[in-house]
Design a binder for this molecule. Structure first.
Ligand code: TXA
Ligand code: MG
Length: 366
């Protein structure tokens, strides 16, 4: 994962253009003058990044792509801007937000102590889809930490996120506070259109970076207690963490610090959604008394029955691709106005931990 993305410095960012390679989710970069005639979609050039960085400095909210999901960003040193973030998202004020940094070297400005685990994890996985919870530095705003003594930190790998952070640093601020760019409790946004669906004109600018590469939020590891705790599974697997830490992080308990993604109902479509085993799915479809058109299905291994007239999305058999497409699929199914979304439960097992976590939360019923 390391090195996959361009990592321009603030100085080189001014002369570079990013482009998504057509038909792929990979990024390229080149000097602006060399970009003529290249296959580009969603080009985001330095003017856009400059505008976004200036808006942030002026206290505005902007959305930007990361390799996990889109973030709704505010200057992390501007308390008013971060407060507005909570209002627009509809998120309770005591929930902390992650601060995104341009590089690991900025860590000491935000965390008062790091320690061997944090350093090893940062070295192994940053820039990338990992968030570390660390003891906060005294200068971190209360509104960012939700009043807790810890702060969530992440160095994202997406070239646009990185260029934005690098430019913001030049303009005088060293972090972007950004939750996922969705209204509280709802499905995260994995492309710029999703962000627009969530917020319309309520935010100043959306930087369009195409579809998110991982499609689910970062792995969160809490390093504020004696042993690392996994607060949220994500693209960095438990096995990958174990390789670096020497042992697997402990699962989160009810004593773990508040993380809104750990609430029972989260990442949820508006339509009632139900998680069913492959056998159950076939059974429900053959015995349902509802008109099939009122049922929307996210299947994985089960074949669409002949004559089924509802909407059927066949998700990937592979966990990584399944995760990448999950939120877009849920949004598509949610928009149909169906009575119910049936989701075929993926297998248990370590590769599916993050996906199953999101599906459990999307389908939670009181
Ligand atoms: O991939 C991601 O992490 C995305 C992108 C935009 O970076 N961000 C994201 O943010 O998912 P959000 O706010 O939707 O989820 C972050 C989670 C929340 O559940 C929050 O409560 C938790 O991280 N969190 C942040 N700071 C924390 C802290 N100091 N202690 C415990 N949990 C924290
Ligand atoms: Mg979120």
């Amino acid at each position: 994962m390391r090195g996959d993305y361009a990592r321009p410095t603030a100085a080189t960012a001014q002369r570079l253009e990013f482009y998504q390679i057509r038909g792929t989710r990979r990024w390229g970069r080149c000097r602006r003058a060399e970009n003529r005639g290249r296959s580009t979609v969603n080009p985001v050039d330095f003017e856009e990044i400059e505008r976004a960085a200036q808006l942030l400095r002026a206290g505005a909210l902007i959305a930007f792509p990361t390799e996990t999901v889109y973030g709704l960003g505010a200057d992390a040193r501007n308390a008013d801007a971060v407060r507005r973030l909570f209002v627009i998202k509809g998120r309770p004020a005591d929930h902390p937000v992650i601060v995104h940094l341009a590089g690991t070297d900025l860590l000491p400005r935000w965390a008062r102590e790091t320690g061997a685990s944090a350093e090893a994890l940062a070295e192994a996985f940053w820039p990338g889809p990992l968030t570390l919870i660390l003891p906060r530095a005294s200068t971190v705003l209360d509104v960012v930490t939700g009043g807790q003594d810890s702060v969530g930190l992440r160095v994202p790998a997406h070239p646009i996120a990185h260029a934005l952070l690098a430019r913001l640093l030049v303009l005088g601020s060293d972090g972007i506070a950004a939750p996922s760019a969705n209204r509280f409790g709802r499905i995260s946004a994995t492309n710029a259109r999703h962000v627009a669906e969530e917020f319309g004109n309520a935010i100043a600018l959306v930087l369009d970076g195409g579809s998110s590469r991982h499609g689910i939020e970062s792995t969160i590891v809490d390093l504020t207690t004696d042993a690392p705790v996994l607060l949220r599974p994500g693209a960095i697997t438990v096995e990958a963490l174990r390789r670096v830490l020497g042992s697997a992080p402990r699962p989160a308990s009810s004593q773990s610090p508040r993380a809104s993604g750990t609430l029972a109902l989260h990442y949820a479509p508006r339509t009632a959604a139900r998680l069913v085993s492959p056998d159950e799915l076939a059974h429900v479809l053959s015995t349902s008394t509802k008109p099939v058109t009122s049922i929307a299905v996210l299947a994985r291994s089960v074949e669409k029955p002949t004559g089924f007239a509802g909407t059927w999305i066949r998700a990937s058999e592979k966990s990584v691709t399944y995760a990448r497409d999950l939120y877009a699929s849920l949004r598509t199914l949610d928009a149909l106005g169906a009575d119910e979304i049936l989701i075929e439960a993926p297998p248990d097992g370590p590769d599916w931990l993050a996906v199953n976590d999101r599906l459990r939360k999307a389908t939670y019923r009181q």
